[in-house]
Design a protein around this ligand. Structure first.
Ligand code: ADP
Ligand code: MG
Length: 326
């Protein structure tokens, strides 16, 4: 329909999302009615998370439609992972400057690739015109009372982080500095644009972690959220931070720890564990093939002290990325 009215084109786009291969048995009405209808198991609780990505603020304008589809879901799945939840359904609010079927098709390929991998079905949403903005709400399930919260950390608990924090922030720096020829560019950019939500890890931390959060604003900034919610402090040993080869290749020595401590967009899990459960963490790391590194300990107080190998205090320049910060 070449002379379709713009509103009609948006309807085509909306209809496009109906063509997904994943069909969960617990979805009674998905896209196509005024609302979606799903069955929630009686022995479970629903976990709801939402994240908005605005063009030019949460992602550079040149980010591909595929990467945006992937990442807009990945950041929400990461929140579900941090809650220890199993993904079930998602809704999508898409604001587009103009209707562009090709863009939407590519966007949906990125989104559906991740959705199929984690058995989460798109069941509705809204499509509007305006500056490019993507909001996903993801719905997950946990056993009753089984959600991982930020509030359970206790003095003496060990602090762990998954993967290699800081890589995504370095990917953004390389991108913005036009360093496409850098040997670590591909890897670090993929960490920025295609984060892998730590869902398996989050599920297995049930009954083991005392507190958990996913790193979106930066390791220290997000650790502070655990401290605030739990009423405790922390000591972080910076020499124990897991820094990958690609990470080391992209930073100068003077700023060695900066991205790992303060860079955002990692979507790794940061969690605390009673010392008695250390062996269980080693087993989870082995089974899930996910690097889990102990980076410090929960203390009394309400702030973070970073220490180097000699026990000297290290003062980071800033905690992390804050919207509306000066
Ligand atoms: P209404 O006017 O009743 O709100 P819409 O025309 O906005 O209905 O949407 C019709 C159907 O298409 C609904 O099931 C809605 O959830 C779905 N939908 C609209 N936009 C999207 C989108 N971006 N992604 C997924 N589903 C969508
Ligand atoms: Mg309606």
């Amino acid at each position: 329909m070449s002379n379709t009215h713009p509103q009609g084109e948006f309807e085509l786009i909306r209809d496009y999302f109906q063509r997904q291969s994943l069909q969960r048995a617990d979805v009674h009405m998905g896209i196509g009615d005024d609302g979606a209808v799903v069955s929630v198991p009686v022995d479970k609780q629903l976990v709801l998370v939402m994240d908005t990505m605005v063009a030019g603020i949460h992602f550079p304008l040149q980010t591909s439609a595929y990467d945006l589809g992937w990442k807009s879901l990945a950041v929400n799945l990461s929140d579900l992972a941090a809650m220890g939840a199993e993904p079930a359904w998602l809704t999508l609010a898409l604001t587009l400057p103009h209707s562009d079927a090709e863009w939407v098709k590519t966007f949906s390929l990125g989104l559906f690739a991740l959705a199929s991998a984690y058995n989460i079905q798109l069941i509705g949403g809204d499509t509007t015109r305006g500056p490019l903005s993507i909001t996903v709400q993801a719905h997950g399930l946990v056993e009753k009372g089984g959600a991982l919260l930020r509030s359970g950390a206790e003095v003496g608990d060990l602090i762990y982080v998954s993967g290699f924090p800081g890589e995504a922030a370095l990917g953004l720096i390389l991108l913005q500095s036009n360093l496409q020829h850098h040997p670590s560019y591909e890897h670090l950019l993929a960490r920025l644009n295609r984060p892998e939500p730590r869902l398996g890890l989050g599920r297995s931390l049930h009954d083991i972690a005392s507190a958990c959060i996913d790193i979106s604003d930066g390791l220290l900034a997000d650790l502070q959220h655990i401290l605030d919610a739990s009423g405790v402090g922390a000591e972080v040993l910076i020499d124990g931070l897991p820094l990958s080869e690609d990470y080391r290749a992209a930073v100068d020595d003077k700023q060695l720890y900066r991205a790992a401590l303060s860079g955002g967009d990692d979507y790794e899990l940061l969690f605390t564990v009673p010392k008695t459960k250390q062996a269980e963490i080693d087993k989870i790391a082995e089974d899930s093939k996910c690097l889990l590194t102990c980076i410090g300990e929960i203390t009394e107080g309400n702030t973070i002290r970073c220490l180097d190998a000699q026990g000297n205090e290290y003062t980071p320049e800033h905690l992390g990325f804050e919207h509306f910060a000066e």
